[in-house]
Write a protein that binds this ligand. Sequence first.
Ligand code: BES
Ligand code: MN
Ligand code: MN
Length: 460
Amino acid sequence: MAALDTVLAKIDGNLDSALGRLFKLVEIPSVSTDPAYAGDCAKAAEWLAAELTSLGFETSVRKTPGHPIIVGQAKAARPDVPHVLFYGHYDVQPPDPLDLWESPPFEPRAVEAATGKRIAGRGVADDKGQLMTFVEACRAFQETGGLPCHITFLIEGEEETGSPSLPAFLAANADELKADMALVCDTGMWDRETPAITTMLRGLVLEEVVVHAANRDLHSGIFGGAAINPIHVLARVIADLHDEKGRVTLPGFYNGVAELPEDVAGHWRELRFRESDFLGEVGLSLPAGEQGRGVLEMVWSRPTCDLNGIVGGYTGKGSKTVLPAQASAKFSFRLVGSQDPVKIAETFRAFVKERLPADCRAEFISHGASGAVQLPFSSEALSRAGRALQAEWGKEPVLAGCGGSIPVVGAFKRDLGMDTLMIGFGLEDDRIHSPNEKYELSSFRKGTRSWARVLNALAL
Ligand code: BES
Ligand code: MN
Ligand code: MN
């Protein structure tokens, strides 16, 4: 195996061609939620498989009930080294609203900004650029004498829709996928100079409710006052879900939610998180969550109930005097600790049903339920990765929480008995899921170099 310096120099030498490869991947509009892009999801999977094959991985593209999953395996030059499973996702969120993009979402380009070069395009930070940092690190090893660890790739195309095909795939292929640990590059840095290792993820319950009332839309003059209005019913349910202190009122909702251990709380205080910058950057000034809690705590270690969409009646131009037959809303619950996602979905449904007046009926649609993830705050792998990141960035990594969810990480623990090391190079202002998503060139370059150092450290 070549010395680490040789590998790092190779990464820097490859940077231009690596960017070219990333652009090719971002050009494929692999939007998983919209069936119109199923062909593009398959194309992204084939593209990645060809890439891995060319790097000496034994690769296959596996069919699932949804979008294909790629598995690739390669052995290290030495036999007695750890075996890691790297997970990433090639699917992206829809680019809408399109008119807010400064350049077309699937025509990636490098842009010069005050903080340096960045690449703009849908999926460039979530997760294509991040996933390619690991691929490019593997390339540099293969071009300089071989991999330091045995590596299995698992790349899916349904993460942005809650990974519906993945649990069955993990169960059916457990022997093939089981490794000493999993590595995931789908999270962020603490700030642009400070790397992070993420040890907590919130869980996610997605519920849609349709409240039905009359058997058709009604004239609000003829029926108004006499007929029940499902928008009012839904609005009342929604208002009931929080109390005046910002707490969620579902019975038992906070079961399994613990106060932060003092050492973790202390560590977070030392981070000097700037609440007003965090909110100010998105045009807000006051925290809107549970009273008496810090913002970092609100997004990392407290559970939430949010509405993501609400529809009912006439929403077109002008006015229409109508009492609608139905109203609907999409809810998301972010979970922490040992909150039970199945129980919370059930409690929510009961909560809605209890509040339905005569003549109303609720229809429920689940869009997924996964629990929170808590990984150990210390382990041999974590220390090694921490030192490797420090060597690249010149700063000790922050042990971070994450308000978002990555459904597979819980399944790795539950079904394959593996802990996951989550290291990502995204920045808070990368605009993932939003128009003008970007990934900084420094994230891409130093992220690739970081993986080379981490893989090297894990193998020593
Ligand atoms: N990469 C994100 C998770 C994430 C979000 C990491 C924010 C770091 C910061 C992931 O692709 C994602 O968007 N997850 C979804 C879950 C899903 C089921 C739609 C999420 O958290 O909403
Ligand atoms: Mn992601
Ligand atoms: Mn995402």
